[in-house]
Design a protein around this ligand. Structure first.
Ligand code: PEP
Ligand code: MN
Length: 337
């Protein structure tokens, strides 16, 4: 349930309620809005018995949370969560664009990509150091060396960097180098990894499992937030369907649905949805039109030589046209790029 406080409730009122919640072995979750504070009560409410919070000082009303996800849901927090990554915001009015190669293959390629992308205004660089490959014989990434290159590229070109963690044992080292930590589609329900992410003090970019429902996706975000990390960016990246013309089917419907159900930012990865470059522009436009807060796009300076996902990687110069198109769509819905 959530306890909605009166606009004039004092800090002491809030403290009293927090004390009462904890007394019954439940967890309070305070969310301070511009006008009112909301206190979420997390845990098994049966431990409360007949106790009610309605009559405590400062309480306007008590509302049950119906949805299975509590902390990430709109019921507990009406306004959008904005995640500030050293001055670059995801979830605000501005559309965020993340771009870079699928994998960090070597330093030269990464620097070339970062140089080209930063020069057209991209502020967040992506690149995998630990790659979740379908085949154990495919390139698995450069590991820690890759993280070093990524950090160096980010620092040199003034970009924030995002990279994937595959294993809770690597969480510490990935957090040392990355500004945003990605959890990929194959690990969306790796609950130990989600809990580890929840204990980290870095934003988490959580990708939707390729066969996960929207509810399962939100429950995975709930796993992270239940451990205390509230900085979560959700990413729709296409789901498995019977269709084979695209690598996955971009579930555009999930974007407005997620925006209805959660206060968290929602971005779209058109690259892993499409698996091909010739439809990246239209589906990116569709994503922004549907309300996505950002895009994550694979870009490689020489896609023909890419060790991973070359066929879906744009060349840096193709980004200029795409950014123009996205900007037009963003303006049409009163947002900016
Ligand atoms: C990626 O973004 O690098 C990636 C592996 O994507 P996904 O987990 O969506 O397949
Ligand atoms: Mn990829």
């Amino acid at each position: 349930m959530v306890i909605i406080m009166k606009a004039n409730a004092s800090q002491e009122d809030i403290n009293e309620i927090v004390k009462a919640i904890e007394k019954y072995g439940l967890k309070p979750h305070i969310s301070k809005g511009e006008e009112q504070s909301i206190i979420g009560v997390i845990g098994d409410r049966r431990s409360l018995g007949d106790i009610s919070f309605d009559h405590l000082a400062g309480v306007e009303k008590v509302v049950p949370i119906i949805k299975p996800y509590k902390l990430v849901g709109r019921e507990i927090k009406k306004y959008n969560t904005e995640i500030d990554i050293n001055g670059v915001v995801i979830g605000g009015n501005k559309i965020a664009v993340i771009a870079g190669p699928c994998a960090i293959e070597n330093k030269e390629m990464l620097m070339e990509a970062a140089h080209a992308l930063s020069s057209i205004g991209i502020k967040i660089l992506r690149g995998g150091a630990f790659k979740p490959r379908t085949s154990p014989y495919s390139f698995q990434g450069l590991g820690v060396k890759g993280l070093e290159y990524l950090r160096e590229a980010g620092d040199k070109y003034g970009m924030r960097v995002v990279t994937e963690v595959l294993d809770p044992r690597d969480a510490g080292v990935v957090a040392e180098y990355a500004d945003i930590i990605q959890i990929g589609t194959r690990n969306m329900q790796n609950f130990r990894l989600l809990e580890e992410a929840g204990r980290m003090n870095k934003p988490i970019l959580l990708k939707r499992g390729m066969s996960a429902t929207i509810k399962e996706f939100l429950m995975s975000a709930e796993y992270i937030m239940a451990q205390g990390n509230e900085k979560i960016i959700l990413c729709e990246r296409g789901i498995r369907t019977f269709e084979t013309e695209s690598r996955n089917s971009l579930d555009i419907t999930s974007v407005p649905l997620l925006k209805l159900f959660t206060h968290l930012p929602v971005i779209v990865d058109p690259s892993h949805a499409a698996g091909r470059i010739d439809i990246i522009n239209p589906i990116s436009r569709a994503a922004v039109a549907a309300g996505a807060d950002g895009l994550m796009i694979e870009v490689h300076p020489h896609p023909e030589n890419a060790l991973c996902d070359g066929p879906q990687s744009l060349r840096p110069e193709m980004m200029t046209g795409l950014l123009k198109e996205i900007s037009l769509i963003a303006n049409a819905i009163n947002r900016t790029l």
